[in-house]
Design a binder for this molecule. Structure first.
Ligand SMILES: Nc1nc2c(ncn2[C@@H]2O[C@H](COP(=O)(O)OP(=O)(O)OP(=O)(O)O)[C@@H](O)[C@H]2O)c(=O)[nH]1
Ligand SMILES: [Mg+2]
Length: 299
């Protein structure tokens, strides 16, 4: 097919912002599937993940990124930041997400990274938390002078407010191009990867700040027999105290994490899941570049 005559629009849209502003929630709600994990904790997202939406004659390929970090620049955070910077290349549009009435120094750091040659839409998220919406006007006015935005859209990702406007606005900036993915495809990531992410989300949500950032989940085996997936995963922590905390009294916490993860997987994969979880101990990888590489992080 002659691309120039194609009526399709297809483009890569990178979602950037400081930790915890709701980037992953926004992506999930834009594509209509809970794909990228979310939690109250900063730095929930650690890997770039594509969320794909094909609507009428448009294919949106969203790229969710880790929150950009200014502090605690250990090997893990440096790797996460590099991932954000790389994501700002070869894309068609940027969604810069900030939180309503909460503009911080960390947001300013991202402002400096915004590309000049690609349209940037500013998304002001969590407006559901603001009871007096007129307070948003001076906030928006100040922001409009910081950068030449293609547009500024106040939204609530979690409550699906104004998300259609976001999609319609993005659409006008996407180039005429044939779709890259099949129309029913929602991500570039494997079920194996998504399974590990779902387990990590349940750990974060169950343990909050008590769980160290170095905790990681590995899928040891993933077997699909008919419509039943047998998944065996290990959770690696740094110390025995953390292991005990994760397992909980008489194994109750691990059981709860496993049940919640399994239910989410069944919903996302559309079939029954049999999940086996084990907890292991390993030392000091968060500060080692080599260990990060062995775990598949880019550096
Ligand atoms: N009230 C409200 N909360 C929201 C909204 N969007 C996201 N949140 C909450 O904000 C927290 C962070 O959301 P995430 O989507 O994980 O944020 P993130 O920017 O991806 O965070 P990192 O991956 O850690 O950088 C979660 O507790 C979400 O439920 C919203 O529109 N309104
Ligand atoms: Mg995230």
């Amino acid at each position: 097919m002659n691309i120039e005559n194609s009526e399709w629009r297809t483009g890569y849209i990178s979602i950037v912002g400081r930790p915890n502003v709701g980037k992953s929630t926004l992506m999930n709600h834009l594509i209509g599937t809970k794909l990228s994990i979310t939690s109250r904790r900063v730095q929930t997202t650690r890997h770039r993940i594509h969320g794909i939406l094909t609507r009428r004659m448009t294919q949106f390929v969203f790229v969710d990124t880790p929150g950009f970090q200014r502090v605690h620049l250990n090997a893990l955070n440096r790797s996460l930041n590099r991932s954000v910077i790389q994501t700002l290349q070869d894309i068609d549009l940027v969604l810069w997400v900030i939180e309503a009435l909460k503009y911080t120094h960390a947001d300013d750091e991202i402002l400096k990274l915004l590309p000049k040659n690609v349209p940037v839409l500013l998304i002001i998220n969590k407006i559901d938390k603001i009871s007096n919406k007129s307070r948003l006007l001076p906030f928006i006015y100040d922001l409009s002078h910081k950068f030449e935005f293609a547009g500024i859209i106040p939204v609530s990702a979690a409550s699906d407010i104004q998300l259609d406007t976001v999609l319609n606005d993005i659409e006008t900036y996407l180039p005429l191009r044939e779709p890259v993915f099949e129309s029913d495809c929602i991500t570039d990531r494997s079920e194996r990867f998504l399974a590990a992410e779902i387990i990590r989300e349940k750990i974060f949500r169950s343990l909050g700040d008590e769980v160290p950032y170095s905790t990681f989940v590995e899928i040891v085996s993933f077997e699909e027999i008919g419509n039943l997936r047998h998944i065996h995963a290990t959770i690696t922590v740094e110390r025995s105290g953390q292991k005990a905390m994760l397992i909980g009294e008489k194994g109750t916490r691990l059981k709860q994490i496993g049940t919640e993860a399994r239910l989410d997987m069944e919903k996302l994969f559309g079939g029954k899941v049999h999940l086996n979880l084990w907890v292991k101990i390993k030392g000091g990888w968060a500060d080692s570049d080599r260990a990060l590489k062995s775990l598949g992080f880019e550096s």
